[in-house]
Design a protein around this ligand. Structure first.
Ligand code: FAD
Ligand code: NAP
Length: 332
């Protein structure tokens, strides 16, 4: 059990800042996705007077998608941006103070946790809830951006349903790619798994699943160079065995192109103080949102390598507010 040993904390340069520039709050929430807004709803109702900083992407990842069909309570579905506006309005209804700003550094070396924002303002909070999400990795092709929401997705659980009976491709060779390919194989006619090497990185059990699913075809040693289509993805151009004598161009006809090459949790700002796994996901005490620093909590995708769904993010945002409320009541 080495997970929650205290770190060797170093003082942040913020300590020298003019005391006038420091605003004291009970509860600070960083991030405005489902986790952050849900934490704000619960924290406001618990009279913690939360201040929430939205970050650059107000509303979080769901503002980049069209239909959200799997969030309970919306029987006819809802667009991501509208859903996040509803979350925000609900948080504001209970008095959450929502501000635009990006956390640029933190000092968690004392009980009064200090967070500096991009306008140089410093907030000193008794409790901090980190809900900064995670960002899916993309290949960096121009066509990925062109077809975003029109055939390109980084979430099979979210968007797979729209490709029922169609042909799709998944890029990646890890557990996520294997899992997403298997999931999509249950919905789609055919799934190409585009793997850049001649082996899968995925665990043996996941590899077996992929290899034993009849409608998954693995394209070994293939790299995607372009996507094409009139009003959405209709196909992908790949290179097989790049930079060898056997190099050849391969075209596949697909309606959907799923990225599964990993995520980057947005935890860099906190890593000096908080324990993370090797990818950067913030570690929490199992069954809670507590981090290794008392009074600092983490919710949503930034601490979740497994589920990364709106409803699980919202659920852990609720947990974080309740954990923060209990922590603050014990401080009194
Ligand atoms: P996010 O939504 O990622 O929000 C993170 C927030 O943190 C943002 O507001 C950002 O501005 C802020 N932030 C980051 N860094 C800082 C900083 N330094 N300072 C201040 N703020 C910061 N899930 C579903 O359940 N159903 C779906 O249909 C679905 N569709 C999806 C479609 C797409 C295209 C994508 C990308 C994801 C989809 N997901 C879906 C997954 C879902 O969006 C995430 O699981 C969920 O948004 C995670 O919520 P979160 O609050 O943890 O973080
Ligand atoms: P990962 O293990 O880092 O695998 C990423 C995969 O994407 C690798 O196969 C990598 O290829 C490939 N890749 C990366 N960049 C690429 C590029 N530019 N072009 C083409 N391919 C590229 O990530 P992950 O699969 O998301 O898994 C993350 C962690 O979560 C892992 O620890 C995993 O075990 C875990 N996880 C577990 C489960 C489960 O147990 N059910 C499910 C999902 C995830 P290379 O192999 O060539 O590097």
């Amino acid at each position: 059990m080495d997970t929650f040993k205290p770190l060797n904390l170093q003082k942040d340069t913020n300590n020298n800042q003019d005391i006038q520039n420091i605003e004291k709050v009970k509860c600070l929430i960083i991030g405005s996705g489902p986790a952050g807004y849900t934490a704000a709803i619960y924290a406001s109702r618990a009279n913690l007077k939360p201040v929430l900083y939205t970050g650059l992407q107000m509303g979080g990842q769901l503002t980049t998608t069209t239909e959200v069909d799997n969030y309970p309570g919306y029987p006819d579905g809802i667009t991501g941006p509208k859903m996040m506006e509803d979350f925000k309005n609900q948080a504001e209804r209970f008095g959450a103070d929502i501000r635009f700003g990006i956390a640029t550094s933190v000092d968690f070396s004392s009980r009064k946790h200090r967070v500096t924002f991009d306008d140089n303002k410093i907030l000193e909070a008794d409790a901090v809830i980190i809900a900064t999400g995670a960002t899916a990795k993309y290949l960096g092709l121009e066509s990925e951006a062109k077809y975003a929401g029109m055939g390109v997705s980084a979430c099979a659980t979210c968007d797979g349903f729209f490709y029922k009976g169609k042909d799709v491709a998944v890029v990646g060779g890890g557990d996520t790619a294997a899992e997403e390919a298997t999931y999509l194989a249950g919905l789609c006619r055919k799934v190409y798994l585009i793997v850049r090497r001649d082996v899968l990185r995925a665990s043996k059990v996941m590899q077996d699943k992929v290899l034993n699913t009849a409608n998954i075809e693995i394209l070994w040693e293939h790299q995607t160079v372009d996507l094409y289509g009139e009003n959405g993805v209709e196909g992908a151009t790949l290179i097989r065995k790049k930079a060898t004598v056997e190099e050849e161009i391969v075209k596949i006809k697909i309606d959907g192109f799923f990225l599964a090459i990993g995520h980057n949790p947005n935890s860099e700002v906190f890593q000096q103080y908080l324990h993370t796994d090797k990818v950067g996901y913030i570690k929490t005490v199992p069954g809670t949102t507590k981090t290794n620093i008392a009074g600092v909590f983490a919710a949503g995708d930034v601490q979740d390598p497994n589920y990364r769904q709106a409803v699980t993010a919202a659920g852990s945002g609720c947990m974080a507010a309740i954990d923060a409320e209990r922590y603050l009541s014990e401080l009194k």
